[in-house]
Design a protein around this ligand. Structure first.
Ligand code: P5A
Length: 451
């Protein structure tokens, strides 16, 4: 993309309404524009990041055998009357009446709708196990929408639902989700720690939240510092193996890590004092096992091997895709702007032409642009007739991890400059070498777009 033809409405001033870094930087970098309280338009740069996260989520879901689909945002109230949640959900639910006077709602989650789909089409244990998921906009009429996309009213969520014959199988589904979430967040450059939590309006006893540690997080968390040493890394896990998934779950959940809702001071005090940590965290996902709560209420049964009809065991699993954009920025920025991890960056590298209009500099930038594009990577070329300082400031603000600076002086010696946004370190090299370096850097982050 050439910046002169892109839509990147960066703001010079710091917007007064933004209280935390990610909100401020998303507004300043032209990623989002507020449409109403807790409702945002995703401008091109923000939309690109959202799509990257969505793609990672799809890849990791499909890797473990979960099946993508799409349910609507609007749901008939009657489904929720069946589960009893229409009245229970309270004021967070946005209720709508259509012209026929029918009650609808803008879905805050989809347990009822997926259970309805299941009961209509599945009748035998032979069709199990089954996990369906979608990534769709949700609406919760939050009392205090704030911090931009972090606590929106309209927000983008991946929500998945497992259907299993037995509790044991359903707990395997739970464990499998936990493992796949660890991998998903690490690909996004995040450490998200599973913590024992409270199940709230979704229900059930088994639930973990995934928290990214950040001073601006809304949740208070308590944990054993050893937990932050754990990495999922590039291990291969057999996702069909109950033992393999349980082993990973045990590895990542055996140390104390809880949100304030389930915090137990006595247990916490059993950790050696030097390892006790109290901090704040951003909840980027949550998994639940709630057994037959919805299947019993809504008649979602299957015929078991003995011919008897039994309600299926279910769980649901959510990733806050739009919130993650903010969470990644909270975890990765400095006073100049955002610093995108390579796995989610909206463009792979910025090209800064120090002397637009200089034939040699222009030609070198064009060649770099073509070379990087030919690798299947996506460069952003700042081809505007602007001062170098302004171009650098924009690149630093929008946070591309790599910048190639091209100027007549370097070109006399056959070199351009490759700069890391994270370390600020620059290296001079031939343009072909800069292209080669980018190919190496991005080799581990080249998941094929899913859709
Ligand atoms: C699990 C999937 C559920 O709704 N039902 C389907 C279950 N879980 S949850 O914890 O309530 O939400 C899942 C994730 O969505 C994000 N989230 C939000 N993001 C932005 N703004 C909000 N107002 C908001 N509310 C929830 C969180 O990341 C949460 O973990």
């Amino acid at each position: 993309m050439r910046l002169s033809r892109y839509f990147l409405p960066v703001l010079k001033e710091t917007p007064a309404e933004a209280q935390i870094a990610s909100h401020r930087l998303m507004l300043r970098a032209g990623m989002i524009k507020q449409a109403g309280a807790g409702i945002y338009s995703w401008l091109p740069l923000g939309f690109k990041v959202l799509r990257k996260l969505e793609n990672i989520v799809h890849e990791e879901q499909m890797r473990v055998g979960h099946i993508p689909m799409l349910m609507p945002t609007l749901q008939p109230a009657d489904l929720w009357r069946e589960s009893g949640r229409y009245d229970d959900y309270g004021e967070e639910m946005l209720r709508i009446k259509d012209r026929q006077g029918r009650d609808l709602l803008y879905g805050p989650t989809n347990e009822e709708m997926i259970t309805d789909i299941f009961r209509a089409h599945v009748g035998s244990y032979k069709d199990l196990p089954l996990t369906l998921y979608h990534i769709q906009w949700k609406f919760r009429d939050e009392m205090r929408p704030r911090f931009g996309v972090m606590r929106g009213r309209e927000f983008y969520m991946k929500d998945g639902y497992n259907f299993d014959l037995t509790q044991e199988d359903a707990l395997h589904s739970y464990n499998r989700h936990l493992v796949s979430y660890l991998r998903t967040y690490e690909r996004m450059g995040l450490q998200a720690i599973p913590m024992r939590a409270d199940s709230g309006p979704i229900g059930g006893d088994d639930t973990h939240e995934f928290l990214v540690l950040a001073e601006t997080g809304e949740s208070e968390v308590f944990y054993d510092s050893q937990i932050t040493d754990l990495k999922f890394g590039d291990r291969e896990v057999n996702y069909d193996s109950h033992e393999a998934c349980r082993a990973v779950l045990e590895e990542f959940t055996s140390r104390y890590a809880r949100t304030d809702e389930t915090h137990d001071e006595a247990l916490f005090n059993e950790i050696p004092e030097e390892r006790r940590r109290t901090a704040r965290g951003i909840e980027v996902g949550q998994i639940f096992y709630f057994g037959t709560k919805y299947s019993e209420a809504m008649g979602a049964t299957v015929q078991g091997p003995d011919g008897k009809s039994v309600p299926v065991h279910m769980g649901s699993h959510g990733i806050g895709v739009s919130r993650l954009v903010g969470a990644i920025i909270e975890a990765s920025h400095d006073d100049k702007g955002i610093i995108w991890p390579e796995g989610v960056t909206p463009f792979h590298a910025g090209i800064v032409n120090l002397k637009q209009g200089d034939a040699e500099a222009d030609a070198a930038c064009e060649a770099l642009y073509a070379g990087i594009t030919a690798l299947g990577l996506d460069p952003l070329y700042d081809d505007r007739d602007e001062r170098a300082g302004g171009k650098f400031a924009t690149m630093d603000l929008i946070g591309l991890p790599w910048r190639i600076t091209v100027g007549p002086r370097g070109l006399k010696n056959g070199v351009v400059e490759l700069t890391s946004r994270r370390t600020g370190e620059s290296e001079e090299m031939a343009p072909e070498d800069a292209i080669r370096r980018l190919a190496e850097i991005y080799a581990p982050h080249r998941g094929a777009p899913v859709f």
